[in-house]
Write a protein that binds this ligand. Sequence first.
Ligand code: SF4
Ligand code: SF4
Length: 204
Amino acid sequence: MGKIENKGGGRPVGYNTSFAEEVFRNVDFGEEIKMCMQCGVCAASCPLSLKMDFSPRKIFTLIRAGKREEVLGSQAIMLCTSCYSCKVRCPRKIPVVDVMHGLANYALRQGFVPRKNTSVFGGEFWRQIYKLGRIDEKDLSRRYFFADGLVPGIKNSLEMMDMGLQMLLHKRMKLLPERPIKGIKALRRMLDKAEQMGKGGARA
Ligand code: SF4
Ligand code: SF4
C-alpha cells in the first residue's frame, strides 16, 4: 500500500500497489504496463472497445489502482481477438495484446469464470480455428450476436452494422464463406495434442 502526497490539502489519496505487483510477478508481459502513459491510443484502435467493459487503457489504470476483482473478472480481457491494432500503434511499444492474454490466462488460473457472452465468443472462436484454421468474421459475429436469441441478435447486428460495412470496404471481411487453410489437419492434430496436455481449456 502506498500514498500519494496531497499538496492541495484535504485527505491524502491512497492507492494499492499490491495487485500491480501480483501482475508483475505472475502475468506474462505484466511488467510492461509500467511504461503506459495513458494516452488512449490502444482504446481508440481496439475494434472491440465498444463491447468491452474496460478498454485496455482502463485495464492498466485499474491494475495500478489495485482493482483486482474488476480486472480479473473483466470481460475485456476475454474478448481480445489478437488483432494487434493496439500493439502496433502504442507509442510506448507496449505489447498490449500479450498483456491482455496474459491477464486472461491468469484470471482463469485464479478461478475467474468468463461471463456468458465471453464464453460464447471464446467457444465460437475456438470452434472456427479448429474447423478452418482461421476466423470467418461474419460467421463469428452472427453466432455471437444471436447467441441470446433473435431479437437481441437483430439489435446487436444493427448496432455493429457500420463496423461490418467498414470491414467489407477494407477487405477485412468477405461475403463468401472462408475455406480451411492448407495444413488444417496438421493444425488440428496440434490443437488436439495441446488439449490433451491441458493447454486447450478454452474449447467450449
Ligand atoms: S497506447 Fe500504449 S501508452 Fe497509450 S494507453 Fe495504450 S498501452 Fe498505454
Ligand atoms: S489485440 Fe485485443 S486489445 Fe488489442 S486492439 Fe485488438 S482486440 Fe483490442
